[in-house]
Design a protein around this ligand. Structure first.
Ligand code: ASP
Length: 360
């Protein structure tokens, strides 16, 4: 072997060693990191505008790969892989996407190598999707929804940090068993408690009645408590064999309301009606008469409130016992509708439905 051969062999050897030393910790880290699967559904977090300082934009323009690539820092928290479930503004959220999403989440959380799931979503209906999943996902593993108020192209877009924090929570063992969570603007909300309170503000989400589950700052999560109601692994609702959800309509109460919309909802095929009542779930006598009539015909009728916060109590100003009505208690109208739809997959009995509202 010539001297030149020996020198080049030595060079190759050193190069291999140096490369191995450099790659080994990265590989080891990747092996020890938890795996988090990102399911993208659209929303402003995937929205784009023509300029970074304009109000008008279109939701659901950016795909899951671009979303992941925009936050490379999240790869240090978890092994990430993405799937596109839909790419819509969440004002267009529908049962087809819900059933597909819930099925996929249940498949993923059943996989031993998956530590948690992050779902990117629009803010308009995130509370409904989160609460729906909270009732039908069968796992204690973290399932975390996140969103943004500003599109990905905006100056000071809030999506990247929300996404980073959501991955941190989904990868965090302490998030397990706390139900489906929504991570946005540094706060960790429970699916049953959060609600959107501002049409435009970044600090739009609040959990007004029962408070936050925790906070998360640059990936550092602190948990204060679990959610109040039954959820996920403890929920008796299941989508096994369910291919369609029953129709439930929400009708808002107002001054001088008559019974026309209530009768109309039933005529359109609603099996349940949620009234977003005034005050403590109240409505005009005419509306109450129309509601009681539908209740007597077997339509499940729930009284919620159009007021942003506070409980709707049973038998306060309305005799629910006599009229066969259900009180929504802690749930706002949009979440009462979710629970009622799932309740109707099991029963029409309003006493049993009230029990579900007591527990979930
Ligand atoms: N309309 C948007 C959506 O819900 C709003 C948002 O994501 O903030 O998809």
């Amino acid at each position: 072997m010539s001297r030149r051969h020996i020198v080049s062999l030595l060079f190759i050897g050193i190069l291999t060693l140096v490369t191995a030393v450099e790659i080994a910790p990265a590989r080891l880290a990747a092996q020890t990191l938890p795996t988090v699967v990102v399911l993208a559904t659209g929303g402003t977090i995937a929205g784009a505008a023509a300029s970074d300082v304009q109000a008008g934009y279109t939701s659901g323009q950016v795909g899951v790969d671009q979303l992941l690539a925009a936050v490379p820092q999240a790869k240090k928290l978890a092994n990430l892989r993405g799937e596109q479930i839909s790419n819509i503004g969440s004002q267009d959220m529908n049962d087809e996407v819900w059933l597909k999403l819930a099925k996929r989440v249940n498949e993923l959380v059943a996989m031993p190598d998956v530590a948690g799931v992050v779902i990117t979503h629009g803010t308009d209906t995130i509370e409904e999707t989160a609460y729906f999943l909270n009732l039908v996902v069968k796992s204690r593993k973290p399932v975390v929804l996140t969103a943004a108020m500003r599109p990905s192209t905006a100056l000071s877009a809030d999506g990247p940090l929300n996404f980073y924090n959501a991955v941190a929570v989904a990868a965090n063992k302490d998030a397990a068993g706390r139900g489906v969570l929504v991570v946005i603007n540094d706060w960790i909300h429970g699916a049953a408690s959060l609600t959107k309170t501002s049409t435009t503000a970044v600090q739009t989400f609040m959990s007004p009645l029962s408070g936050l589950i925790g906070t998360v700052a640059y990936g550092q999560a602190d948990f204060y408590r679990g959610p109040v109601g039954r959820h996920t692994s403890d929920s008796e609702f299941s989508l096994n064999g369910v291919t369609a959800l029953p129709r439930v309509d929400i009708i808002m109460a107002y001054e001088n309301m008559d019974g026309a919309l209530i009768a109309g909802a039933a005529a359109a095929g609603a099996r349940g009606i949620v009234i977003a009542g005034v005050g403590n779930g109240n409505m005009t006598q005419a509306a109450l008469n129309a509601l009681a009539e539908q209740a007597s015909k077997g339509v499940a009728c729930v009284r919620a409130s159009r007021v942003a916060t506070g409980r709707v109590g049973r038998n306060v100003e309305v005799d629910d016992d006599k009229l066969g009505l259900v009180a929504s208690l802690d749930l706002n109208p949009q979440k009462a509708r979710v629970l009622l739809r799932l309740a109707l997959t099991k029963t029409k009995d309003t006493k049993q439905i009230q029990k579900y509202f007591d527990q979930y």
